[in-house]
Each structure stands twice: as C-alpha cells, then as structure tokens.
Ligand binder design. Structure first.
Ligand SMILES: [Fe+2]
Length: 240
C-alpha cells in the first residue's frame, strides 16, 4: 500500500515531535502493510510552513534511522498538505506550492467551517493548468453533500481518512466516511497519521474496508489509485 497523506517527518508540524516518534510511526505503518509513504507536512498561513530544504533534511534523517532499523519502508520526497488560505492563494498565483514528487498532483485541505466559494470552478482551472487537485478528508466538510462531491470528483481526487472508517472519528464522521466510500464517491483512502497512537484506529479502519468491500477494493483504494493520483491521473470511480 502507498500512503499519500501522512504527517510522518519529525519536528516539522503537529506530527512526530522527534526522530524516535517518527520511527515508531513509520514502523507501525509498515507493520500495517504500507510499503511507501509520501509525507505531507502541513502548509498553513500563520502556523506550519516548512521549506523544501527543511522537509528534505527531516526525510534524510528518518531514512537513515529506518535503514539502521532494517526497515524496507520507502519514504518518498515530501509533498505538503496545503490549506486553502492566503498562503496557498499567493503561492498559487506564482505556481509555487508543494506538490507530489511528480509535480502532477497536489494535496489540499479546506477550511472546515466554510467551503470556499466557486471551489469547483477554481479546482477545474488548476486541473486544466496541468495539476490534479487532491482533497484530503472530505468526510469533514458537511457542506459537500453527495451531489457536490460527485461534481467535484469529476476533476478532483477525493480522499477519506482510513482512521475515520475505523475507531478514530466520532459516530457521525465514521458514518459519513463509510457512506461516501460505499457510495463509490471516493478515489482513495489515506492515513493522515500523526503519531503511533493513531495506529489502532487505522487498524480498525482497514479491517472495516476489507470486511465490507473486499480485499480487491481495499487494495484499489490504498495502492492502485494512490499511485495513479500521484502520477496526475484521476482514477475512474465504480459508477463511471
Ligand atoms: Fe493531514
């Protein structure tokens, strides 16, 4: 499996505070079945916005520690989790915001209280400009009902958190996340893990996905589709 949304790198955001905690999270994700991770540290105005040099230094440190621990996990060069805020919009105007290593797709989160106006049109423009937008944890945005998600999903890859499918979210978030996956509206599932303490919820989420939808669908959402998304290719959904 390949994780395309994960706060794995030490000391950059609200993920692991140090190398030891990052190694513990990485080993836990590897034990769960992840072979590859693209770290996505937060990029937010007024809080975390690590530079490319900082993320690469943190990755080099983690890769060395994992090699010493005989881990075979691949930690790819980092992307970023871009909050749709003034920092992203300023960078967007200059075509300079952190993307996945192929530079063909990028991860976005939305302000939870208010989905930006004309979101579909603006995301479509980004898609036409050659980059696939990927929206993190759509289960959190109550404004995005099934109809709006169906429309957004034609030009944007939609993710839910694996932990939301398990025991990591409250009843309503879990019901919504599961309902979106069952309705075939979601292109891929990612961990959004921040700490080893997230591992039990990820385990229950993975169990639900396999039990409810089968091993083939679980692998499609956690391996095949994430790889295609990073390559800039929007996977077709079950209903297409
Ligand atoms: Fe995240």
């Amino acid at each position: 499996m390949l994780d395309l949304h994960c706060h794995l790198l030490p000391g950059l955001d609200d993920g692991p505070p140090d190398l030891e905690a990052a190694v513990a999270l990485a080993r836990g994700l590897e034990a769960l079945g992840f072979a590859e991770i693209v770290p996505t540290p937060h990029q937010k105005a007024g809080s975390w916005a690590p530079t490319a040099e900082e993320t690469e230094a943190a990755r080099a440190l983690l890769c060395d520690a994992l090699a010493s621990a005989q881990s075979s996990l691949t930690v790819h060069p980092a992307a970023g989790e871009n909050m749709w805020d003034e920092l992203f919009l300023a960078r967007h105007a200059q075509h300079a915001f952190p993307c996945y290593p192929t530079q063909k797709a990028f991860l976005l989160e939305l302000p939870p209280a208010l989905v930006p106006p004309a979101l579909s049109e603006r995301l479509f423009e980004l898609r036409v400009a050659g980059r696939l937008p990927v929206i993190a944890h759509v289960e959190r945005y109550a404004d995005l009902d099934h109809r709006r998600l169906e429309e957004l999903g034609r030009s944007t890859a939609l993710l839910v958190n694996l932990s939301s499918l398990g025991s990591g979210a409250g009843f309503f978030a879990r019901r919504r996340a599961r309902g979106l996956v069952e309705a075939g509206l979601i292109h891929a599932v990612a961990t959004d893990a921040h700490a080893a303490a997230d591992l039990p919820a990820l385990t229950t989420g993975l169990r639900w996905l396999r039990d409810r939808l089968g091993e083939d669908v679980a692998l499609r959402l956690l391996s095949d589709h994430p790889r295609r998304i990073i390559a800039g290719d929007l996977p077709e959904l079950a209903g297409d």
